[in-house]
Design a protein around this ligand. Structure first.
Ligand SMILES: C[S@@+](CC[C@H](N)C(=O)[O-])C[C@H]1O[C@@H](n2cnc3c(N)ncnc32)[C@H](O)[C@@H]1O
Length: 228
């Protein structure tokens, strides 16, 4: 199988993920000392490192072995596709999936799997970039993302993850959105995009920076969800 962008750029990604401030996201996860946590498509384990000492155990699952090679004990690394998690039903108190759903082949299947492995009373925290509500701008942005990174799949629309998790029997605890700025040159370097593709991305963006909306939500599985 060919190496993914993340296989090729794992060291660079690990450095950038380490520099991110995880405090706000950790607070959103509402960590508890007895929590068993799963970080789906958790990459280099930066969230796991930020949760260390606040929860009982963190498992980081991802398809990329080079990314998982950066996960440090006590966190546990497991090679797995988000769409087929190798864990029994109801085995985690907290499931996170951070800035990864837009890389996953089937986000719907991945969300169903996250809901399946969550125990009653447990939380799911999802964070990702959002598709532009305007279809033409959204299409143009998808073209840019794929030029930058062949492993980009698609940005989800507002409320898409929510609808799926509600259908899976969860409730919404909290949601927020904000806009982030990105430096185009650094963004291209992080994905190791060069040559003609990088040139075309710079032309299409047409400036040194761009803005993108990030959405974060916390969902909960009711303690008694009527399941037999
Ligand atoms: C942008 S990184 C985010 C990593 C981490 N969540 C973070 O915030 O630092 C996306 C990750 O998704 C992983 N990935 C892509 N498709 C996947 C899939 N189908 N199942 C599991 N992991 C996947 C990639 O290998 C990569 O590590």
């Amino acid at each position: 199988m060919s190496r993914s962008r993340f296989d090729r750029t794992a060291d660079r990604y690990a450095e950038s993920a380490r520099r991110r401030n995880w405090d706000d996201l950790v607070a959103w996860c509402e960590p508890r000392p007895d929590d068993l946590v799963l970080d789906v498509a958790g990459g280099t384990g930066a969230l796991a490192a930020a949760l260390a000492g606040r929860v009982a155990e963190v498992t980081v699952s991802d398809v990329s072995e080079p990314m998982l090679a950066h996960v440090h004990a006590p966190a546990r690394a497991v090679v797995a596709r988000a769409e087929q998690l190798p864990f029994p039903d109801g085995s985690f108190d907290l499931v996170a999936c951070i800035r990864s759903l837009h890389h996953v082949d089937s986000p719907t299947r991945a969300l169903d799997e996250m809901a399946r492995v969550l125990r009653p009373g447990g939380r799911i925290v999802i964070e990702d970039f959002l598709a532009d509500p305007d279809p033409d701008r959204a299409r143009r942005w998808e073209e840019i993302e794929r030029l930058r990174d062949h492993d980009h799949r698609r940005l989800l629309g507002a409320g898409e993850a929510r609808s799926r998790l509600l259908a899976d029997g969860l409730t919404v605890d909290a949601e927020e959105q904000w806009v982030e700025r990105r430096d185009v040159v650094r963004w291209l370097a992080l994905a190791d995009t060069g040559g003609e593709a990088a040139k075309r991305v710079r032309e299409l963006i047409g400036g040194p920076e761009f803005q993108i909306t990030v959405a974060r939500a916390r969902f909960r599985r009711p303690v008694d969800d009527g399941a037999p």
